[in-house]
Design a protein around this ligand. Structure first.
Ligand code: AMP
Ligand code: MG
Length: 271
């Protein structure tokens, strides 16, 4: 990893004591748009080669948790950064409003079946964190209930790590101004309008409450083995490159190796 990439990742890494306000959503790390697009292409080809080894090795699962406000760029991230990976090894799961059946169980019940198997990269578009975010902000559960969940989540994630999952948690840090512009685009552009719900405006009115909930969730659950990255998300090209850097960094930490050949394979002549 180059020293500049190391600095970028370090500055995005959530540290227990830091507040979200200390992360600038418009940060560009000195990259121009043109330069960042070139770097992204290079980075994604490295990530794809590492994914191939991860898939072949079947030793470690990778879970990428994506959380953001509305219009924060979760879908765009999945489209732009996962391009170039082998889709056969990637599972993307969105978590929306729980169904009646899901609601009749504990909040982790619906999560577990979607965790990636060893060798695969799972991407959660929203996640178990909604149960300390929207659930808290909209008072869908009392504080006595949601506050205990930070502890459950820490233990749940520790178990996943102990059992062979590598965890990467990403908060797309969008500014309130940029959210306004993106929601307005969704209203104005007929090809984007399907993404807009009137309820998005109610959530926007609760901006400060959501930011507080994101801040607490990140502080309470960031751990060396289950880190949160706060990624500047106002500029899509910055967001994409930082996330590609993060993926590369973690896949390099895993350093997956091709499995040894079966007995007798090496030197075999195929006739
Ligand atoms: P979208 O990501 O735009 O498809 O929206 C999904 C919606 O599902 C968002 O409004 C989330 O707040 C909501 N949602 C996701 N998980 C939960 C949950 N556990 N409880 C309540 N609402 C949720
Ligand atoms: Mg939405």
């Amino acid at each position: 990893m180059s020293s500049s990439t190391r600095d970028v990742l370090k500055s995005c890494l959530a540290v227990k004591a830091t507040d979200l306000e200390q992360h600038d959503p418009r940060e560009s790390f000195g990259w121009s748009k043109e330069e960042s697009l070139r770097l992204l292409a290079d980075e994604l080809s490295v990530v794809a080669a590492l994914q191939e080894r991860l898939f072949a090795a079947e030793q470690t699962a990778v879970l990428v948790v994506l959380q953001a406000t509305d219009a924060g760029g979760k879908d765009g991230t999945i489209r732009s950064v996962l391009t170039g990976l082998n889709p056969a090894g990637v599972d993307v799961t969105p978590f929306g409003v729980p169904s009646d059946e899901e609601r009749s169980h504990d909040y982790l019940w619906r999560i577990h079946p979607h965790l990636p198997a060893k060798g695969r990269i799972g991407v959660f578009n929203r996640s178990h964190y909604e149960d300390v975010l929207v659930v808290r902000v909209k008072s869908f559960a009392p504080e006595l209930v949601w506050r205990k969940r930070y502890g459950h989540i820490r233990n749940f994630e520790q178990m996943l790590v102990d059992e062979g999952t590598h965890l990467i948690k990403i908060f797309l840090n969008l500014s309130k101004d940029e959210q306004r512009a993106r929601l307005q685009d969704r209203v104005d552009d007929p090809t984007e309008r399907w993404k807009f719900r009137m309820g998005d405006l109610d959530d926007r009115l609760l901006w400060d409450e959501y930011q507080a909930a994101f801040g607490d969730a990140i502080r309470e659950t960031t751990r060396p083995h289950a880190p949160w990255y706060v990624v500047p998300a106002d500029r899509k090209w910055v967001r994409n490159l930082v996330i590609a850097n993060i993926l590369r960094h973690h896949l390099e930490l895993i350093d997956p190796q091709y499995p040894p050949a079966d007995d007798g394979v090496v030197g075999t002549v195929v006739v």
